[in-house]
Each structure stands twice: as structure tokens, then as C-alpha cells.
Design a protein around this ligand. Structure first.
Ligand SMILES: *Cc1c(COP(=O)(O)O)cnc(C)c1O
Length: 352
């Protein structure tokens, strides 16, 4: 604590990201993709590494907006692109939520939401998830200030159907409903198809997970031109150029390499399904997953002890020391070799 800090800084309670160890470990703790980005991405970034870096990038990122708009059959003015979806989420809190109108999000969810709400002084209600960790759809109806949740949810991995999302949208017609689709490509339906029917819907996606580009920092929002204009007004009050030239080039190449995307995404889905079966055989409780991670509960050992013992063996998983979920571990799906190392360590810990 410094006497020079503003009250805002003194009162803030920042998000704590998963550990980023600098030594070589099996890293199954922050839901990164085990496969490299498409070779076309690396090529595009190398090509963009040229004299033009002396020039500012495009403030409106029209070219990348067109690429993504084309991919999802939307118009350019329905797209907003930011420096990772975390930035897009932060801008969205400012653009669509008012301080004195309580917003709602699940009590078990992405832990950045309460951080943004507190930073921007937005009141919120935590909606308890059900016993089985599913989201109680009706509890989100008629919110005072708006709604935000990930679909599939994190860290549970559970997804709502489009029908359920429609109900939430219909019952919040005066307020914005933000669906954070960070993991949508790994197994559930995107709400993008609902944009034509609901002008209170904002869908946010990222290239960090399913497109292997956590290091590039690219996320985007899709919504009505009016909502997108709201985001632009916030962005242009912070920083005209949130997207650098290399990120723009790499992101475009990633969105255009559909074959590579399908290939790597499907490998992760099948590895996830196999991992789930093996864990069930070993007596774990395993939640259904529409994501690139599994939310699992060990039975022979506490989750915390397992987390520590795995870490001592160089295998990093995520453990949340919070009520309701402190008996669970979130395991990112790695490649075949990562998972073999995980299981071999697990067997030594639990069965020796
Ligand atoms: C990973 C994640 C994000 C952040 O993605 P970035 O684009 O890397 O900032 C947002 N929401 C959820 C639920 C996530 O898990």
C-alpha cells in the first residue's frame, strides 16, 4: 500500500490469473491450446514485421472486422475487436451497465466479472448455480441492470442450450445480456444466430483458446450496430489503437484457416472425451464439458492436496480455494503427451 495510490487503486481487488511458470512444466492450468497456431498465422506475422511498424495501425480495424463478419455472416458494423476478450469485457461493463442498477451473474463463474463490477462500481447480484452446477435460467429473468455469463460456463464447463439463452434474452428485453463464448468452439452452439432477433444481445469471443493465440491478445464482440457503437465510444475514450499491426495480421490468418482450426479443435475434443472416460474409471467425479477443460473432483485425496502434489511433479492444474468449488480441480486438456504425463503422475500420487 502506498500513500500515493488513488482511492480507486487502494480499494481495488484485481483478478489473479493462473500461474505462468517460467520453467518447463506440463501446463494444464490456464486453458491454453496445446497446439501451435496455424502456420499461416506465423507467416502473416512475419510478413507484417516490416517497415510499416513505424505507422500507427488502423483505429477501426476494418479489414479484420470484415474477415470475422464474413465468417459469421454479419455486417462490419456488428463487430468490435479488442486486445483480448478481457478488454472487450471491461469495455462492455462500462458501455452497457449502470452503477446503480444491479447486474446479475452466476456465483460460480469467470472470476473477472466481480473484479470489473467493483472497479467500475457497478452493483451486482450473484445468482447461485444449482446443486449440479447448472445455471438456473429463470433466476436471470427481469434483471435490473443486465446479465453476463459465459456459455459454456467456466470453470464448470457446462453449457446452456440456445433455447435457454433465448428465454434469458426475452426476459431482459430492456437490458443487455452478454454471453462470453470463450470456449464455445469446443462443443456448444453460439448465440450468434440469435443476433438477428435480439438487439439486447452481445456475444463475445476470443482467439486465445480455440485458435491457439492466447499470446496475441485478440477478442471480439458481436451485436447490433448500436451496441458496437457504444463499445467504440468507450474504446475511443481510452486508446485509439488497441490492436497492433502484428495482431491484426495474425488474427486475420487464423480466422481464414478453417481446416487447421477444425483439425486442432477436434483433436482437443476427442482428447477431452478420452480423458473424461479415464478419470471416471479412476473414480473421479467429472462434470460434462463443452470446453477444452474438465472440472473434476477426486475421491481418494482432497483437491487441494492433489493440486499441490501434481505441482511438485511439474504438472500445473487450476485449484480455486473458494466455497462450493474447493473440492474440484480444473484440468486443461493438453496434447496426448501432456495427458499421459498427467495420468502417470496422478497414478503415482493416488495409488502409491
Ligand atoms: C480465457 C477467458 C477469457 C479471456 O480471454 P482473452 O481473450 O485471452 O482475454 C474470457 N472469458 C472467459 C470465460 C475465459 O475463460
Amino acid at each position: 500500500m502506498s500513500k500515493y495510490w488513488s482511492r480507486l487503486v487502494k480499494d481495488t481487488d484485481p483478478y489473479v490469473p493462473g500461474e505462468q511458470p517460467q520453467t518447463k512444466v506440463v501446463k494444464l492450468n490456464t486453458n491454453e491450446n496445446p497446439y501451435p497456431p496455424s502456420p499461416n498465422v506465423l507467416k502473416a506475422i512475419k510478413e507484417a514485421t516490416n517497415d510499416e511498424l513505424r505507422l500507427y495501425p488502423s483505429p477501426t480495424v476494418d479489414e479484420l472486422r470484415d474477415t470475422i463478419a464474413n465468417y459469421y455472416h454479419l455486417q462490419r458494423d456488428q463487430l468490435f475487436i479488442g486486445n483480448g476478450s478481457d478488454e472487450v469485457l471491461a469495455f462492455s461493463f462500462m458501455a452497457f451497465f449502470n452503477q446503480d442498477e444491479k447486474i446479475r451473474f452466476p456465483d460460480i463463474t469467470y472470476s473477472f466479472y466481480p473484479v470489473y463490477a467493483k472497479l467500475f462500481n457497478i452493483k451486482y447480484d450473484l445468482v447461485p448455480v444449482k446443486e449440479d452446477f447448472t445455471i438456473p435460467v429463470d433466476s436471470f429473468f427481469q434483471s435490473e441492470g443486465g446479465v453476463i455469463f459465459p456459455n459454456p460456463n467456466a470453470p464448470t464447463g457446462l453449457a446452456l442450450s440456445l433455447e435457454e439463452i433465448k428465454e434469458i434474452l426475452k426476459n431482459n428485453s430492456e437490458k443487455v445480456v452478454i454471453i462470453d463464448e470463450a470456449y464455445v468452439d469446443f462443443g456448444c452452439e453460439s448465440a450468434v444466430s440469435l443476433l438477428s432477433k435480439f438487439d439486447n444481445l452481445l456475444v463475445i469471443q476470443t482467439l486465445s483458446k480455440s485458435r491457439s493465440l492466447a499470446g496475441l491478445r485478440v477478442g471480439f464482440a458481436m451485436g447490433s450496430a448500436d451496441l458496437i457503437e457504444g463499445l467504440n465510444r468507450i474504446k475511443n475514450s481510452f486508446n485509439s489503437y488497441t490492436m497492433d499491426r502484428l495482431a491484426l495480421a495474425g488474427a486475420k490468418a487464423a480466422m481464414e484457416d478453417e481446416a487447421y482450426f477444425q483439425l486442432t479443435k477436434n483433436k482437443i475434443i476427442s482428447e477431452r472425451n478420452e480423458t473424461k472416460d479415464k478419470l471416471l474409471q479412476l473414480g473421479f467425479e467429472v462434470l460434462d464439458s463443452s470446453t477444452n477443460f474438465l472440472f473434476i473432483k477426486p475421491r481418494q485425496i482432497s483437491a487441494e492436496e492433489l493440486y499441490i502434489k501434481l505441482k511438485n511433479k511439474g504438472i500445473y492444474v487450476r485449484y480455486f480455494n473458494k466455497p462450493h468449488i474447493n473440492e474440484y480441480i480444473r484440468l486443461t486438456i493438453g496434447n496426448r503427451e501432456d495427458m499421459e504425463q498427467f495420468f502417470s503422475a496422478l497414478k503415482q500420487i493416488v495409488y502409491n
